[in-house]
Design a protein around this ligand. Structure first.
Ligand code: SF4
Length: 112
């Protein structure tokens, strides 16, 4: 019988402490990206948009539009531009309004 089961029976707790305390396994979850504006150029952004399998990324002039609600945290954009993309570490993405999941990220990198 698994240890966690017998321990749960003894203590009366059969689930993790989440959300009161973060679960240690959360550290290994894939999370949506965070972007570094100074490392973004129009060319890099367009390559990331082409690589994104969904509709999470788009561009409006010199702004990267990131729809966090459409992101699957697949990591393809980070593979295209590892210098400009880092895991956000944020997986709690519930929101009461769809609009708060749309992020406008200025493209501030210099063209090469
Ligand atoms: S992690 Fe995947 S789905 Fe999310 S923005 Fe990057 S390429 Fe698109």
């Amino acid at each position: 019988m698994p240890l966690w089961f017998t321990r749960g029976l003894r203590r009366g707790v059969v689930t993790t402490r989440y959300p009161a305390r973060s679960d240690p396994s959360a550290a290994s979850l894939p999370t949506p990206p965070a972007f570094r504006p100074r490392q973004l150029t129009v060319q890099i952004v367009d390559r990331m948009i082409a690589e994104c399998p969904g509709t999470a990324l788009s561009r409006a002039a010199s702004t990267l539009v990131f729809d966090v609600g459409a992101c699957t945290a697949c990591g393809r954009c980070a593979r295209v531009a590892p210098q400009a993309v880092t895991p956000s570490g944020e997986f709690e993405l519930a929101a009461t309004a769809r609009s708060v999941l749309i992020k406008m990220i200025p493209i501030r990198g210099e063209q090469r």
